[in-house]
Design a protein around this ligand. Structure first.
Ligand code: GLU
Length: 611
């Protein structure tokens, strides 16, 4: 009899333990936690419901991940015009179901007239506004290049849903309404911009209002009919240059872009950066963005520490992540820029031997100060001059497993605030991402300004388990990076990895920490080690991360929109999405184990008493 009860108790304790282990990988969810969408087909995540619908429509009609991402980019231009569009640029990382990888750079370039000191001194450009800040846009060329290499639909088919949205109107989302208000004064400097984005050229549209953009519809129709040439050599180019040549009395508002600059633009396929991180392969974007190099460098440094053992949200884990970031940021400032203009030690920066060297500088009990490594650089840090951020990210995994991480931007919210009359789209102010003369990231004709954009694909057991990227200026780097660490080190599910608390040590000794779910003891510990903890609450506004991926357990595709994107901007969609299983699974296992174990123990006790 007693062996029966012993077995009972033994099984119970084992089940309890299993439940506990499973439960450990379940992160504490925040108050705005959003469950991932699941599908046996394709999924898309953006922060524009209208754009995700467009992407889903493309998937439904047989398009692949690249088709869907490209169509979504054009639709974002219509529905979330403050963040991304054909007047800007971006970066895309691709991994096909067959394992082929690629990286597409459609970053804006400086016009030929730009010089190292173009942005010195006073002028409108120092408020990050106006024609001088506009780089030659890359989005149309980039989307054409993406479709030509990997798409199954034409540029015209990809543009057409966006054209219809622009013609019929889109609902103004809360973030668009808010940003219209925040940028009203800038928009009013440019009548075509004010006319398009402010009611009667004066007031922001209210949330839920219909925004109809007939000039944008015409521009998209031109691209649809004539291809990218309409933009770079045809009527659209002429309208952009006419705006550049318009004279006014605003100092520092001189337009620099010419027809030749537009005709010379090319999107560039680059070799993606690929690194191993524990059991995962990480595919990242190479320069001119700093995002991929920084991510791989941070991961290489962290690989020497057992973050899983330290535990998610522990002082040790947060300290180590912050220290690794500080080292990468120091190197980024000194070395990273446009690889076509500057000799950069990219290979050394992401080399494991170099990571080992830098790792040895980290003290466990004390926050450090780090210099750039001595790799033969210019010796001067190129700072990020424009603190204003925006941008948006799109992640797609299609039914066969092709994956796209694409981040597009017009730099800050509403870009330069310039709309060339007759075009209907905002021009970027990406040239404000250049740094001071004498640095690697100094302005030069034809050069691409350094970015922080970080589209990333994590592959585990041959599957893209995390396809991720973020919006939010320099905070983008940690937005993507922490999702990787949360999935690989802490075993979090996709939605938990995006929801979990963030930290950013871009400007040491300060650490921006979403402290809502971090214990006060841990925060005190971090302060004790010398970090200045800036408490950002449960959720900061930035970075905003969008993610998709294949669930390793079920093989289903998952997608999630960051809870930090507004509630109405939840835009993760899947083909014939299926509901999530009961996430209380681990607790149920633990409860069953507890009941079994207790019954076993009571049985044993009762037997003893009787004996
Ligand atoms: N221009 C920024 C970058 O490329 C992205 C826009 C932003 O600041 O959010 O890093």
């Amino acid at each position: 009899m007693s062996s029966f009860w012993r077995l009972f108790a033994g099984v119970g304790f084992t089940v309890l333990l299993l439940g506990f282990v499973a439960g450990e990988a379940v992160a504490e969810k925040g108050s705005k936690f959003r469950e991932a969408v699941r599908s046996a087909g394709g999924v898309i995540s953006t922060e524009s419901p209208a754009a995700s619908e467009v992407g889903l429509g493309v998937l439904d009609s047989g398009g692949n991940a690249v088709d869907a991402a490209v169509a979504a980019v054009f639709a974002v231009n219509v529905a979330r015009p403050q963040s991304c569009g054909i007047g800007g640029g971006g970066f895309m990382v691709y991994r096909g179901a067959d394992g082929e990888t690629a990286a597409l750079d459609f970053r804006e370039t400086a016009p030929e007239a730009v010089e190292a000191d173009t942005f010195d001194g006073d002028g409108l450009y120092n408020t990050f506004t106006g024609r001088t800040t506009v780089g030659v846009p890359g989005t149309v060329a980039g989307m054409q290049a993406a479709l030509e290499r990997y798409g199954t639909i034409s540029l015209s088919e990809a543009v057409s849903p966006a054209e219809q949205l622009a013609r019929e109107g889109v609902e103004v989302q809360p973030s668009l309404s808010r940003e219209m208000g925040n940028n009203a004064a800038r928009l009013k400097l440019f009548p075509a911009a004010a006319g398009q984005f402010l009611v009667d050229g004066t007031e922001p549209y209210e949330e839920g209002a219909l925004l109809v953009q007939p000039e944008l519809a015409e521009t998209l129709a031109l691209i649809s009919r004539e291809g990218a040439d309409a933009f770079y050599r045809g009527a659209i180019a002429e309208r952009i240059v006419a705006e550049m040549e318009r004279e006014d009395d605003l100092p520092g508002n001189e337009g620099l872009m010419t027809l030749e600059d537009l005709a010379a633009y090319e999107a560039v396929w680059r070799e993606p950066l690929v690194g191993g991180y524990r059991d995962a392969e990480v595919i990242a974007m190479p320069p001119p963005t700093s995002g991929g190099v920084a991510a791989l460098q941070i991961l290489n440094i962290l690989e020497g520490f057992d973050l899983a053992a330290a535990g998610q949200s522990s002082a040790d884990a947060l300290h180590l992540i912050a220290e690794a970031q500080k080292i990468a940021v120091a190197d980024r400032g000194e070395y990273l820029a446009d690889p076509d203009f500057v000799d950069m030690p990219t290979g050394q920066l992401i080399d494991e031997g170099y990571a080992e060297e830098r790792r040895s500088e980290i003290q466990m009990e004390e926050a450090g100060e780090y210099e750039a490594g001595d790799l033969g650089g210019p010796g001067e840090e190129g700072e990020d001059t424009n603190p204003d951020t925006n941008t948006t990210h799109i992640s797609v995994v299609d039914a066969v497993g092709n994956a796209v991480a694409l981040t597009c931007t017009i730099e800050q919210s509403f870009g330069s605030a310039v709309v060339a009359p007759g075009t209907g789209f905002l021009l970027n102010n990406e040239l404000t991402d250049f740094s001071e003369p004498g640095t690697a990231n100094e302005p030069a004709p034809g050069k691409r300004p350094r970015s922080s954009i970080s589209p990333t694909i994590v592959v585990q057991d041959g599957q893209p388990t995390l396809v991720v990227g973020a919006a939010g200026g320099v905070t983008i780097i940690m937005g993507s990076l922490l999702a990787v660490v949360n999935v690989v080190d802490f075993g979090l599910a996709l939605d938990e990895a995006v929801d979990a608390e963030r930290l950013d040590a871009f400007v040491p000794p300060e650490i921006l920490l979403e402290d809502g779910r971090v214990s006060p003891v841990v925060q005190a510990d971090l302060i004790g080690r010398g970090h200045e903890v800036s408490r950002e609450g449960e959720y900061a506004d930035l970075p905003r991360v969008q993610a998709a991926g294949v669930d390793p357990g079920t093989g289903l595709r998952l997608a999630v929109t960051d809870p930090r994107s507004g509630e109405e901007e939840y835009a993760a969609l899947g083909q014939d999405a299926v509901p999530m299983p009961d996430t209380g699974g681990a607790s149920i296992v633990m409860l069953a184990g507890l009941v079994l174990a207790l019954s076993g123990a009571v049985g044993l006790l009762a037997l003893r008493r009787r004996l």
